[in-house]
Design a binder for this molecule. Sequence first.
Ligand SMILES: *Cc1c(COP(=O)(O)O)cnc(C)c1O
Length: 504
Amino acid sequence: MDPLDPEEFRRQGHQIIDFIADYYNSIEKYPVLSQVEPGYLPKILPQSAPYTPEPIETILQDVQKHILPGITHWQSPNYFAYFPSSGSTAGFLGEVLSAGFNVVGFNWMSSPAATELESIVMDWLGQMLNLPKSFLFSGTGGGVLQGTTCEAILCTLVAARDQMLHQTGRQNINKLVVYASDQTHSALQKAAKIAGIHPQNFRVIKTTKATSFALSPDSLRMAICSDVKSGLVPLFLCATVGTTSTTAVDPLKELCNVAAEYGIWVHVDAAYAGSSCVCPEFRHFIDGMEGANSFSFNAHKWFFTTLDCCCLWVKDPQALTESLATNPEYLRNKNTDSKKVVDYKDWQIALSRRFRSLKLWLVIRSYGVNNLRNFLRNHVEMAKIYEELVASDHRFEVVVPRNFAMVCFRALALPKVEMVYRNGFNITEMISADDKRRNELNRELLERINKSGNLYMTHAVVGGIYMLRFAVGASLTEDRHVFLAWKVVQEHLDAILEDMGFNG
Ligand SMILES: *Cc1c(COP(=O)(O)O)cnc(C)c1O
C-alpha cells in the first residue's frame, strides 16, 4: 500500500468532493445545532485503532452515520450564531491546493512562492481596505497571515513589550500596563498573561450603553493618567472595531491620539468587521487607524476563506522580528543572510507555517473585489431586514444600534399579560419592569429556538441585559431564511407565553 499514490488520490479525492457537494445539497435537513449528548461518540466507535486498512467507502459511511450527527452546521443557511464562518468554493479548494503541496514555509527558501504570494496578497488586501501605505510592503510596513487573532494580538503585544523594555530596562516588566475595554475580546487577556504582564496591570475600562459600549477616549486618558501617577508604564491598547458581544466600534482616531501622547502601541482588532471595510461605504469604521501600530482581521470569519486565516498588518515589521526572530544554524542560508527576503517564521509564534495565502488568493481572484463587496453588502442588507422585523413587533426590541450584519435584540415584555390580566396597565411601565425576569424569558426563548434545530443563535450579556445575537454571514443564507428565522422566533415566544398561561 502506497501512502501517496496519485491515482488512488484522484479516485478517493473525487469521492470526498462528491460527498461534500452532496452534504451541501442536503445541509438544511440537519438540525443546525448538533443535538447529541456529551460522550455520544465513544459509545459508537471502536475502542482502538484498526490494525489493517479500511476502504474510504466504509470510512465515509461512518462520517455520514456517526460524525454528521455531532456536527453543528456552521455552513447552514440557518446558522446565525457567534460570528458565522463564511465558507466558499474558492476557500475550500484553496485549502485543498495548499494541503496538496503541503509545504512548510518557515523562511523564504523553504518555498519562495509561499512567502512572496503572502506578501503580495497582504498588499492587495491592504489596498482593498484602503489601509495607509505605512502598513503595506509597498510602503514602509507589511502584512502576515497568522492562524488566529489570538496569535496576532500576542505577537504584537510581545513586540510592543520588548520595544518598551529595550528603552526602560527589563527589570521594569512589572510596570507595563495593558489597556482594554470591558468589551475587548478575551484574546487580549490571554495574550497579556502569556506575555508576562502583571495581572494587576491589565486595565479593563468600563463602557456604557450611552456610547453603545464603545471605549471612551476620556476614560482611557483617566486610566492612563492614574497609572502614570503611580509610576507605571502605559504599554498597549487593544481597540476593537466590531466587538464580539454587540459589534461596537471604538473611536480609533481619538483613542490613537491619546495613546500617541504616551507612546502606547495601539492594536486594532477588527476580527469580524474588518472585512466589511473593503466596501467604500463601510470604510469609515476604521477611519483613524493610521494612528495605530497594527491592525488585524480574520478572513476566516467574514471573508469566505476557511479557518485559519488571520490577516495582520504592522507599521514596523522590525519591532515584530526583533522580538520573534531566531537563527539556529540548521536554518542558516545565504538569502536570509542577504536580508533581501522576508522570513515569516520571525513574524509569528511557531516556526512551521502553512501556505495560507493560496486560499486567500483563490478567494480574491475567483470572486473579484466587486463580488466580494456585494456578498458582504448582501449580508448587511439581510441583517437590516431582520432589524426591521424586530422593530415592527412591539414585544421585542433592538438592544443596540446595528453596525454590520449582526442584530442584538431581545423579547421585551409580555404584552398578552397586559391584555389578558392587566387591562389599563401602562405598557411603558411594563417595559421598564424587571430586567431579571426578562433575562430569564430570553434565555428560555433562545434555548427553545436552538433545541428546535431550525436555526442557531447565541447570546451576549452586556450592561446586565441578556440579548440574542442574530449574526448573518453564512454564505448560503438568503432573505427567505431570515424571514423564516423571524417566524421561528415569534412562534417560540408565543409558545412560551402560552405555557406560562398568558394566552387564555
Ligand atoms: C472572534 C474574535 C476574536 C478571536 O478570534 P480568533 O481568531 O479565534 O483568535 C478576537 N476579537 C474579536 C473582536 C473577535 O470577534
